[in-house]
Design a binder for this molecule. Structure first.
Ligand code: SF4
Length: 359
């Protein structure tokens, strides 16, 4: 039990002002969905992601124009920028010259080890990091033949081959990702890889899908890995906006109590005892408290009988009844408020509690 959540020991890898691995906190990444050649639109999306909570943002670099546009993105970006490269190592070199803090390389499609080494050396000289990003769609043919498909062992062998090669040539500052769209295969691959290296892990489930199913699949994979202590930087991939990806990543980290981004609303699921329309009430309270940036557990419960007891661990809360609600703070009942006053009273209590934390 005591090994759960204990993060695997890793080498620290610097990516701009963010440390991935080592003693660095688990960071959140996302990827822009704009055309990188449109530097203005890309920069604006990068900074909106940062406002939403991203620590690092990656941009696609499909051609030289995109690599050059990176310079402008980098100048205005409020976070480190990663260049995502496929097929042409020269794009990675150009992106590094434009100021990329890290390049993501897929060793299966970069045209051989010599090209990989050129990129890694350029990154090294500039103090940038390199991610060896293996995914199930691009494992080298001979490795696929050896394992009969993109199995976890195949992903690990593909990544290990590149990592050992870089290490043998004196290059470090490596981050590793092994992504599959299968949660089980992804978790198995990282578990195997953890026995073989101390470079930090970028984790996520690739092509997780849209909306709720994508968020749940990402959460299942990312949370499984983090519970095992595996994962130093997190990317949720959704068929949706990068802001949603960042918010989903934040929710996963907050739910696992790895990081706190503000109030956690503990609201009951409602049942036959519920005496108020709880769902809009809980939503309004969450909305009114979303500017708070410190940890705070706020309970919104549907009945006075079980509410305070079920939400005992909350910092502040309300248990709603037929004619109003009972306010409580850390399990202690403070008094009664009318139904019309529930939201205002709880928001006021929450803000007072944030200003005067109990020691
Ligand atoms: S707090 Fe009350 S209303 Fe809410 S689920 Fe529990 S028993 Fe039902």
């Amino acid at each position: 039990m005591e090994t759960l959540f204990r993060r695997r020991e890793t080498f620290p890898v610097r990516c701009g002002n963010v440390v991935i691995g080592g003693d660095g906190p688990v960071s959140i990444q996302t990827m822009t969905k704009t055309d990188t050649r449109d530097a203005e639109a890309t920069l604006s999306q990068v900074n909106r992601c940062v406002e939403a909570g991203a620590d690092i943002v990656r941009v696609a670099v499909p051609d030289m124009e995109a690599a050059q546009a990176l310079r402008q993105v980098k100048e205005g970006a409020k976070c480190p920028i990663v260049a995502d490269i496929h097929f042409d190592y020269r794009l990675a070199i150009e992106a590094l010259k434009a100021g990329a803090d890290k390049v993501r390389i897929n060793p299966g499609n970069i045209g051989g080890m010599d090209n990989l080494l050129k990129v890694a050396r350029e990154a090294s000289e500039r103090g940038a990091a390199i991610r060896i990003g293996v995914n199930s769609g691009s494992v080298e043919k001979e490795i696929l033949a050896k394992y009969g498909g993109p199995t976890p062992e195949a992903l690990v062998e593909s990544a290990e081959r590149s990592i050992r090669f870089l290490e043998d040539h004196g290059v470090g500052n490596i981050v590793i990702s092994l992504k599959s769209s299968s949660v089980r295969a992804t978790v198995s691959a990282y578990l195997l890889m953890a026995e073989r290296t101390r470079w930090p892990f970028h984790i996520g489930i690739t092509e997780a899908g849209p909306g709720l199913s994508g968020a749940v699949k990402s959460a299942a994979g990312i949370a499984s890995l983090l519970t095992l202590g595996l994962g130093d930087t997190v990317r949720v991939s959704l068929t949706g906006s990068p802001i949603e990806e960042v918010k989903t990543a934040r929710e996963i980290l907050q739910a696992l109590e790895i990081k706190s981004f503000g109030p956690e609303i503990i609201s009951c699921p409602t049942c036959g005892r519920t005496q108020v329309n709880l769902i809009p009430l809980a939503e309004e309270i969450a909305e009114r408290l979303k500017d708070i940036r410190v940890p705070l557990k706020v309970a919104v419960m549907g009945c006075p009988v079980n509410g305070p007891g079920e939400a005992r661990e909350a910092d502040v809360g309300v248990a709603c009844g037929r004619d109003g609600g009972i306010l409580f703070k850390r399990g202690k009942v403070l008094g009664r408020v009318s139904e019309a006053e529930i939201v205002n009273a709880l928001v006021r209590l929450a803000r007072e509690t944030v200003r005067k934390p109990e020691v």
